[in-house]
Design a protein around this ligand. Structure first.
Ligand SMILES: C[S@@+](CC[C@H](N)C(=O)[O-])C[C@H]1O[C@@H](n2cnc3c(N)ncnc32)[C@H](O)[C@@H]1O
Length: 220
């Protein structure tokens, strides 16, 4: 069968290719679909897990963690990499408590450190360097997060950022909303920088994958 390569079709196919997962994780996916809570979903979650495994990441900081779905993928990877830390950050106390319960049920609580507060300010306070930073906060916060991420990633460290396509709105020239403009600005900041090697993988809503390669003068 042939047909157009539309993103919904590709996403469904990629989601289907993700190996069977713990029923707790599958239940979170069903809950997110029902309530509209914005999780990264199976294909992007599995991509995060793969990247964390490929880079043997031991220190991960998530910016915008929700009820722990994406955290679960990173925590599993870090555990399999030999242990370390996965920092979970949200502003909401209830979500943080829910994530703690979920990650406990999944048996991956051990590496997770919970922070309640603004995520970028939290990262700014944490002692680096990190091997991997995952960015999934409110989209208008992406450009201001970048210098903080750069200060905390080790050279050769990885940045993953979700929602780079904003459901296709980045292509709509009439969309001048703060969120869409922020994603456009953030895309330019990373892609035009000589200190990043990056691409946007069109998985689900677009996942930026970037390696921090600061010129010698930039290194701490
Ligand atoms: C897109 S959801 C995260 C989903 C999660 N990464 C996942 O895939 O399971 C973003 C979450 O981070 C919170 N959030 C958004 N901006 C934030 C910020 N600047 N600081 C802390 N939390 C933030 C939101 O309230 C929400 O719970």
């Amino acid at each position: 069968m042939t047909g157009p390569l539309d993103i919904a079709r590709i996403t469904a196919w990629l989601d289907d290719l993700v190996p069977d997962r713990d029923p707790v994780l599958a239940a979170l996916e069903a809950e997110a679909a029902e309530t509209g809570f914005p999780i990264i979903g199976p294909a992007s979650g599995h991509l995060c897990y793969l990247l964390a495994r490929l880079t043997s990441a031991r220190r991960v900081c998530e910016l915008g963690s929700g009820f722990g779905y994406s955290t679960a993928w990173f925590a599993r990877a870090v555990k399999e990499n030999g242990g370390g830390e996965v920092h979970h950050t949200v502003m909401d106390e209830t979500l943080s408590a829910r994530a703690r319960a979920v990650l406990g049920e999944l048996g991956v609580l051990e590496p997770v450190v919970f922070h309640i507060g603004e995520a970028v300010a939290t990262l700014n306070e944490l002692v680096g360097p990190f091997d991997l930073v995952f960015l999934d906060i409110d989209k208008d916060g992406y450009p201001a997060a970048l210098p903080v991420i750069e200060a905390k990633l080790r050279p050769g460290g990885v940045l993953i950022a979700d929602n780079m396509l904003r459901g296709g709105r980045i292509f709509d020239e009439d969309d001048r909303s703060l969120e869409t403009e922020s994603i456009r600005a953030f895309t330019r900041m990373v892609m035009e920088s000589p200190d990043w090697i990056a691409t946007v993988a069109p998985v689900r809503d677009g996942v930026l994958v970037a390696r921090w390669e600061p010129r010698p003068a930039q290194r701490a």
